[in-house]
Ligand binder design. Structure first.
Ligand code: DP6
Length: 426
């Protein structure tokens, strides 16, 4: 059989602690401000992508997302990423005549998330990062492109995707050039820099389909005076302080900055005309709860229990310290938000690592908290208000799983997906 030109890679999800909200160039996806994120562990949440180039494939590219074929729109974001990758491959081919002319061949792309879209987690960041890394690996560009250069390609797919090309703590420097050549992701600290940090994602029940981040942020740019203040005065100072908090592993400062930035971002959404509401009653309940626990701890001279942050949806992401604190946060959330499914990744509840807890519907006992903690701060919420809890940690950057056709491949020998699903009718 002829050689199979193929690569399979994975990329992680990232959650910003200083938010990206607003573009100064919508085509090139250039942001109005710097942002900073934490990369989550790919052992728990990831996108896997297989890319194959073959002269027998029809020209252009075909894409399957979670087993369903998706249209690649000419001039769209995915197209922009592929044009750039093909251009770089063609340059390599021009300088080395022995290389196969993959830049002219058709491309099959197959991508799967290991977290259901129904979990309410955005997949565009890990998805476009996986795409950029996989095609770059297939084209042999991974040796000549630095991760920051790769981040500029992922950025053309979705802004936040540029931060998923690194593990640990990552900044997206907005840059000032019109062509976007200085708008890229840079590492701030490795994943192992702050091993005590853990993450709990609270997947919040929400019936309605919200405003997409792409359209929401442009409305904010066009109408919100508060966003202009945020861009000029708030973010620059906060970025510097956040870098310092991470360098010092200062959880108190990290928490104060993370929660302030989440609230500032949602204030800008509220300042948009017409206003955008991403957080719901459950989200606000989580804010009250964590703020009260942090207040009670501060009164005893202790560091905060957790930091919360919310993206363009109602889910809460909580950062906390491993061990006892993580256990306290989990039990607190389970008490006030009964019925959430939870897979005990790190054996917090003692039933064995990975043991599933199928959402106990009775409120669980409260963990030990400082005496001044106000138990009435929020009511116990209706069962299922938080649907699912995902406990994870800081993770590494994209991984190359395999070059060529092997056991990791999402494409069969004939170039069609290993797992196909029937497309939903429109
Ligand atoms: C609230 O990266 O999804 O998650 O660039 O238009 O694709 P596009 O937007 P996207 O926006 C993410 C916004 C955010 C904050 C963040 O991740 O920094």
């Amino acid at each position: 059989m002829a050689e199979v030109h193929q690569a399979t890679c994975t990329a992680p999800v990232n959650i910003a602690v200083i938010k990206y909200w607003g573009k100064r160039d919508t085509r090139l996806i250039l942001p109005t401000n710097d942002s900073l994120s934490v990369t989550l562990d790919q052992d728990h949440l990831r996108t896997v992508t297989t890319a194959r180039a073959d002269p027998s494939f029809q020209a252009g590219a075909r894409l399957w997302l979670n087993g369903v074929e998706d249209e690649i729109k000419t001039g769209g974001r995915l197209d922009a990423c592929l044009i750039e990758l093909r251009r770089l491959r063609a340059e390599r081919e021009a300088s080395d005549a022995s290389l196969p002319k993959m830049s002219e061949w058709g491309l099959h792309l197959c991508s799967e998330n290991n977290f259901p879209t129904a979990a309410g987690l955005a997949s565009s960041a890990s998805g476009f990062a996986a795409l950029a890394v996989t095609v770059a690996t297939l084209y042999g560009l991974d040796d000549i492109l630095s991760p920051s250069q790769l981040s500029m390609i992922a950025r053309r797919g979705s802004g936040s995707a540029c931060r998923s090309v690194f593990g640990g703590f990552v900044a997206w420097e907005s840059g000032t050039k019109e062509d976007g050549s200085d708008s890229l992701a840079v590492p701030v600290a490795e994943r192992d820099h702050w091993p005590e940090l853990d993450v709990l994602i609270c997947v919040v029940n929400d019936g309605k389909k919200g405003t997409s981040s792409t359209s929401g942020m442009q409305r904010t740019v066009e109408t919100s005076p508060l966003l202009q203040h945020r861009i000029k005065h708030v973010v620059p100072e906060r970025m510097a302080k956040m870098r310092e908090a991470i360098a010092q592993r200062d959880f108190g400062a990290f928490t104060a900055l993370t929660t302030a930035d989440s609230n500032d971002f949602h204030a800008c959404c509220l300042d948009t005309a017409p206003p955008i509401f991403y957080m719901n009653d459950t989200s606000r309940g989580i804010v009250h709860l964590i703020e009260e626990a942090n207040r009670a701890r501060a009164e005893e001279g202790k560091e905060p229990l957790a930091a919360y942050t919310f993206d363009a949806g109602p889910n809460a992401v909580l950062y906390m310290r491993k061990g006892e604190d993580a256990n306290t946060v989990l039990r607190l959330v389970q008490h006030y938000f009964p019925g959430a499914d939870f897979e005990d990744t790190f054996n917090l509840l003692g039933g064995g690592a990975g043991a599933p807890h199928r959402g106990e519907t009775e409120p669980q006992a409260l963990p030990t908290l400082p005496p001044s903690f106000n138990r009435e701060v929020i009511p116990v919420h209706p069962v299922g208000s938080v649907r699912r809890l995902i406990h994870t940690r800081v993770g590494d950057g994209p991984r190359v799983l395999e070059r060529g056709l092997g056991k990791e491949s999402l494409l069969k020998e004939d170039g069609t997906p290993v797992r196909l699903q029937r497309a939903k009718r429109a």
